[in-house]
Unconditional design. Structure first.
Length: 303
């Protein structure tokens, strides 16, 4: 066992006891688990019966031919009854598809669940970083074409530093640096797991650059960046998309966390209809992750 794994084991063990809610369940799952099931079906029993006719008298009995002609008459009426009976069946089948589209509409909601988003981001980022090889580049969370909506992502060059990018701004607003940041062990341990996997953390916001000192202090006090080593990207003249592209030019952004789709890519702001971005949706949960606020004030509800 390598020294790096020895460091990770106590982190994961501590995470199992310190994590709260859904995050407590998901982060210990980094170690992996397997379940197997088997269904056993037993054979049925068959019964056979044989009858004998000793007396020859029953032979003339089959001569009663009038009985067979009566049988066909009921048989003819039986199919007539069967055909109307089969008619309602298609009617029921036609009604069944109606609930199916409704279920499909609810599927994206499951993918965008924020309560488990951070734990999923940690698991994904760690797996991508540890799976990199000297000759294979990691899959980026950045789209390969600057305009296309095909969902194709770029592949980073081998050896490039992996980065997880966290968007701090709330939907439709700008982040407010908390005066007294909360310390949440589940979030602290999640970032510790990423750093142990050699992932760099970057924070992005439309806060002015003059707030960089206050933001760095808040990250340190919250325990999310205890050593002050994370990347901070605040607004000067460039918008977020330009700053994301600049960061991606010198590193490999393997995952992005935020609370709305434009946190992942600005082209979501310009879609005429939601359907136009249908090919981008599969990236949510596989590189893009909806998360609860990670840097909060003391007393706020824990994510």
């Amino acid at each position: 066992m390598t020294k790096r794994n020895l460091v990770l084991l106590p982190l994961l063990a501590l995470a199992g006891t310190a994590l709260s809610g859904c995050v407590a369940v998901a982060i210990p799952a980094l170690a992996g688990s397997a379940l197997a099931g088997r269904e056993i079906v037993g054979p049925g029993d068959e019964d056979d019966a044989a009858r004998q006719a000793p007396s020859p008298a029953p032979a003339p009995a089959p001569v009663a031919a009038p009985a067979p002609p009566r049988a066909p008459a009921p048989v003819a009426s039986a199919p007539a009854a069967a055909s109307p009976a089969s008619a309602p069946a298609p009617a029921v089948v036609a009604a069944a598809p109606a609930p199916q589209p409704a279920a499909a509409e609810n599927t994206p909601a499951t993918d965008t669940t924020r309560t488990t988003g951070f734990a999923r981001l940690v698991r994904y980022g760690r797996a991508v970083s540890l799976s990199r090889g000297p000759e294979t580049g990691m899959l980026s969370a950045m789209l390969s074409d600057p305009y296309a909506l095909d969902g194709q992502r770029r592949r980073c060059a081998p050896g490039v530093q992996p980065v997880v990018l966290i968007d701090l701004d709330p939907a439709g607003g700008v982040f407010a640096v908390p005066a007294t940041p909360a310390r949440r062990q589940s979030t602290i341990l999640g970032f510790a797991v990423l750093r142990e996997a050699r992932v760099v953390i970057a924070w992005i916001s439309d806060l002015p650059v003059e707030q960089s000192g206050a933001l760095r202090d808040a990250l340190a006090q919250s325990g999310l960046d205890p050593r002050g080593e994370d990347i901070i990207s605040l607004r000067r003249d460039e918008d977020k998309q330009t700053r994301r592209e600049s960061l991606a030019a010198t590193s490999c952004i393997i995952a992005i966390g935020g609370d709305e789709r434009p946190d992942f890519d600005d082209r979501f702001r310009y879609l005429k209809t939601p359907e136009a971005g249908a090919l981008l949706e599969p990236i949510i949960g596989d590189g893009w992750f909806f998360t609860d606020p990670l840097l909060t004030a003391e007393g706020d509800t824990a994510p």
